[in-house]
Design a protein around this ligand. Structure first.
Ligand code: FMN
Length: 703
C-alpha cells in the first residue's frame, strides 16, 4: 500500500489535450535498437508503461534524410515506410496504459549524413559536430532550406499523429537537436532574422512549435525539450537567456522538458554528479509558464522526487536511466514496495549501447534490451521446471543475480561465498573514489535474497570439488570471479613482461586490499582502458603518491568515450596531479622504474619509479569449474547433472555482463536449448522490391 506522503506523485496532470495518469515521465532515450530492432524497442517501452510511467517516449527520431546521425541507430520518420515501426512502438506503449511521446529531431549540424549522403544543414557553414570528427561540413541554411525544414517537421508531426502518438516533441536540446544550434551563439552567427538577437535566434524554434501545434490540432500535445544552460558562459545558451525564451514562448508548447547542457552534461555518471544535480539550473523556470514542466536528475529516491514536486521545481519526474534500471519504479512506489526498487547506479553502460550501436544494456537490470529478443522481464520470470536444487559458488555480481533469479523461479538454492562479504568485485570497487553508488548492485540483490526462503546463503564457505560431489546438488554454477594479472599480459603484451624479482609490482586487487607501493613514485600501466586504471591512479594521487599513468591508447580510459566520461576523467586526474603519458607502453619493470616504448615509433624512454601498478587483464578463477569437469565420470553417482561457469569466472568482462550472465543462467536452467545457433529472436530486414532496371542489365555505353 502506498505511503500517503507520495500521493502527490500519483496525481493526474494535464498536458494540453491529453492527461498523464501520474507524474512519472520516461523522457526520450535512445537504446541502440531503433530502426534496426523496432520490435525490441516496442517491447522495452511496453514494460516501462506496465511499470507505471505515465508518459513513455521514444528516443530522438530523425525526421528527414538530412538529419541522419548514423552510425547511431535511432528511429527514423523519413517517410511513410517508417510508420509500421513507429506504430508498433506507440501500440505497445498504449497496451501498457501510458501516453506515447515521440521526439522529433532534425539534428542539423549534428548529422554527418553518412547513410543518406545528403549535405548536412546548419545555421552557418561549420564542420559537423559529430562525435567522430567526421570530415564533413554543414552548409549554411538559406531561407528556402528553412522553409523546407518547417515543411519536413510538419510532415513528421502529421506522421506522428498517424502513428498514434499523444505527445509530439520539438527537440532543441543537448547541442544535438538542430534548433539548439540556431538558439546558441556558439553555433549561430547569422545576420538575417534568424541570427543575432535572442528574438531572432529563437525565431525558428517558435515557428516550428507553432507549426507543430497547428498540425497537431488538439489531437496531440506539443512538448519542447530545451537545454537550460549550455555551461559555456556567454559563449553559449545561458540560464538567463532561457528565462527570456520562456518569456517569449512560455505558453506556446503544452509542456516544457528541461535538460542541462550537452548530452554529456545531462547524463552525468554518479562518479561525477549526484542525484538531482540539475536542480539549481531548473529551479524557478516553472514559475515563468503556466504549462507543466518535466526535468531530470537520475532520480531514484521517492523523497527527492517528492521534494521536486512539492517545492514547485517540477510537475513531472523525468527519468531515463532510473527507468532503465527499474522499469517498475513508479509501480513500486505506488504499491509501497520501496525496498524492491532497483536503483540506477549511474554507470552509463546504457549509453554505451548507443555508442557501440548495440541493444541497450544495464548493470542493474539484465533484462533491459532482452524483452522482445529473449522474452525476459524485469519483474517476472518463468516458474522452475524441475525440483532440482542448485549450488551457486561465489556471491559476486554474477552469483548474486543467478541466486536471486533462480530463487525467484522457485528453485532450492545454496549460495556459497568464500569470503566474509557479499558482492565480490562490486563491493571492493565501490570503495574506490567516485564508485560508491555501485554498491546498489549488491544492496538490491541482498535485499531480494532476504525475501526468498528457498535461497540459503553460506558465508566463509570455500567449496572444493569434493565438497560439491559429496553433497546433494543437481546443478552447480561457478561464479568465483577473477583477479588482475601480475605479469603485464593484456592487449599490448600477449606474453609476460620482463619483471625484475626485486621490483615492487602491485595489481588493482592488491590496492583494493589495502597494499601500497613502498616508495612514493609510482607508474600505473593502464592497458585495460575502462575506468579502473584512472580510478586507482586518482586514489593513489590523493593519498600523496607521485603517479604517472602510462597507456598505449590515445586517451586515458579510452573506452569511457562510450559512457561519455572520458573528458571528465581526464580533467579529474589532471586535477589530482596525475602525470599522463598516452600512446606509450611499459615493456620491462626494474626496481628503479619502467622501460617504455612509443606506441608508434618504438622509441624507448625510461621512467623512474619505486613501484608499479599493472592494470592490464584478468585471469578467471576457474579452478573449481575445471576440477569438476575433470571428474565428470563421478557426476551420475552424485546425481550431479550440470556444471557451468558464469561471470568473470567464465570470462572477465564488465559488471553488467556478469549480472547478465547470472541472469541468463537462471532463465535457461532446465529449459530446452534454442533450436538453432541464434539464442534470441531477430528482426530481419525485409527485402525491398527490386527496381525494374536491375532485372535486365543494359550494355554500358563504353562496351
Ligand atoms: N535525450 C534526448 O533528448 N534524446 C535521446 O535520444 C536521448 N538518448 C539517451 C540515451 C540514453 C541511454 C540515456 C541514458 C540518455 C539519453 N538522453 C536522450 C538523455 C535523457 O533523456 C536524460 O535527459 C538524461 O539521461 C538525464 O536523465 P536521467 O538522469 O534520468 O538519466
Amino acid at each position: 500500500v502506498r505511503d500517503p506522503r507520495y500521493d502527490i506523485l500519483f496525481e493526474p496532470v494535464k498536458i494540453g489535450p491529453v492527461t498523464a495518469r501520474n507524474r512519472f515521465f520516461q523522457v526520450p532515450h535512445c537504446n541502440g535498437m531503433g530502426y534496426r530492432d523496432p520490435s525490441g524497442e516496442a517491447y522495452m517501452r511496453r514494460v516501462k508503461a506496465e511499470g507505471g510511467w505515465a508518459v513513455v517516449c521514444t528516443e530522438q527520431v530523425e525526421i528527414h534524410p538530412t538529419s541522419d546521425i548514423g552510425p547511431f541507430i535511432e528511429l527514423r520518420l523519413w517517410d511513410d515506410q517508417d510508420l509500421p515501426a513507429l506504430t508498433r512502438i506507440s501500440e505497445k506503449i498504449h497496451e501498457g496504459g501510458s501516453l506515447a511521446g515521440i521526439e522529433l529531431a532534425h539534428n542539423g549540424l549534428n548529422s554527418p549524413n553518412l547513410i543518406s549522403r545528403e549535405t548536412p544543414l546548419g545555421p552557418q557553414n561549420l564542420p559537423v559536430v559529430s562525435w567522430n570528427y567526421d570530415p564533413v561540413q554543414a552548409r549554411e541554411m538559406t531561407k528556402s532550406d528553412i522553409a523546407d525544414l518547417r515543411h519536413w517537421h510538419k510532415e513528421a508531426v502529421r506522421r506522428s499523429l498517424k502513428a498514434e502518438y499523444d505527445i509530439v516533441y520539438v527537440y532543441a536540446g543537448h547541442a544535438i537537436g538542430g534548433l539548439h544550434h540556431f538558439l546558441s551563439r556558439r553555433y549561430n552567427n547569422r545576420t538575417d532574422e534568424y541570427g543575432g538577437s535572442l528574438t531572432n535566434r529563437v525565431r525558428l524554434l517558435r515557428e516550428i512549435l507553432e507549426d507543430s501545434r497547428e498540425v497537431a490540432d488538439g489531437k496531440a500535445a506539443v512538448a519542447c525539450r530545451i537545454s537550460v544552460d549550455e555551461l559555456l558562459g556567454d559563449e553559449g545558451i545561458t540560464r538567463s537567456e532561457i528565462e527570456d525564451v520562456i518569456g517569449l514562448l512560455g505558453e506556446t508548447p503544452d509542456l516544457w522538458d528541461f535538460v542541462l547542457g550537452s548530452w554529456e552534461d545531462d547524463s552525468v555518471t554518479s562518479r561525477f554528479g549526484p542525484e538531482a544535480e540539475q536542480e539549481p539550473y531548473v529551479r524557478g523556470l516553472k514559475q515563468l509558464t503556466t504549462k507543466p514542466v518535466v526535468g531530470v536528475g537520475r532520480f531514484t529516491s521517492p523523497d527527492t522526487m517528492l521534494h521536486q514536486v512539492k517545492s514547485g521545481i517540477l510537475d513531472f519526474i523525468g527519468a531515463a536511466r532510473p527507468s532503465i534500471a527499474d522499469p517498475y519504479l513508479p509501480r513500486k512506489i505506488e504499491e509501497g514496495n520501496l525496498e524492491d526498487i532497483r536503483e540506477c547506479i549511474g554507470c552509463n553502460i546504457c549509453v554505451s549501447g548507443d555508442f557501440t550501436m548495440s541493444p541497450i544494456r544495464c548493470t542493474q537490470n539484465p533484462t533491459m534490451g532482452e524483452e522482445f529478443r529473449r522474452g525476459w522481464h524485469p519483474e517476472r520470470i518463468k516458474v522452475r521446471s524441475s525440483e532440482s536444487n542448485v549450488l551457486v559458488v561465489g556471491a559476486g555480481p554474477a552469483g548474486l543475480e543467478a541466486a536471486r533469479a533462480l530463487g525467484q523461479r522457485g528453485y532450492t538454492v545454496s549460495l556459497a561465498e568464500a569470503g566474509r562479504q557479499l558482492g565480490g568485485r562490486v563491493t571492493r570497487e565501490s570503495k574506490l573514489p567516485g564508485l560508491s553508488a555501485w554498491i546498489r548492485v549488491v544492496d538490491y540483490r541482498q535485499q531480494q535474497l532476504r525475501t526468498l526462503s528457498n535461497v540459503d546463503v553460506f558465508m566463509e564457505s570455500e567449496m572444493t570439488a569434493d565438497d560439491v560431489i559429496d553433497n546433494d546438488f543437481h546443478h552447480v554454477v561457478v561464479a568465483t570471479g577473477s583477479s588482475w594479472r601480475r605479469d603485464g599480459v593484456g592487449r599490448w603484451h600477449t606474453h609476460a613482461v620482463p619483471v625484475d624479482d626485486h621490483a615492487d609490482v602491485l595489481t588493482p586487487d592488491d590496492v583494493m586490499a589495502g597494499l601500497r607501493p613502498a616508495g612514493n613514485k609510482v607508474v600505473l600501466f593502464d592497458d585495460d582502458h575502462y575506468y579502473l586504471g584512472a580510478v586507482v591512479a586518482e586514489l593513489l594521487a590523493k593519498e600523496g603518491f607521485d603517479v604517472t599513468l602510462i597507456t598505449p591508447a590515445a586517451h586515458v580510459s579510452q573506452w569511457t568515450t562510450n559512457t561519455m566520461e572520458v573528458v571528465r576523467i581526464r580533467k579529474r586526474i589532471i586535477k589530482a596531479g596525475v602525470h599522463v603519458q598516452v600512446n606509450r607502453a611499459v615493456t620491462a619493470i626494474t626496481p628503479e622504474g619502467v622501460r617504455t616504448v612509443c606506441a608508434f615509433t618504438g622509441d624507448e624512454q625510461f621512467f623512474d619509479a619505486d613501484g608499479v601498478v599493472l592494470v592490464t587483464a584478468r585471469l578467471p578463477h576457474d579452478g573449481l569449474f575445471h576440477d569438476l569437469q575433470s571428474r565428470e565420470s563421478e557426476w551420475a553417482a552424485a546425481d550431479l547433472r550440470s556444471v557451468r561457469g558464469i561471470g568473470d569466472a567464465w570470462a572477465p568482462s564488465t559488471i553488467a555482463a556478469a549480472v547478465w550472465s547470472g541472469h541468463r543462467y537462471a532463465e535457461e536452467l532446465d529449459e530446452p536449448p534454442a533450436p538453432g545457433p541464434v539464442a534470441f529472436r531477430r528482426e530481419v530486414t525485409g527485402l525491398s522490391i527490386e527496381p525494374v532496371s536491375t532485372l535486365t542489365i543494359p550494355p554500358f555505353a563504353n562496351a
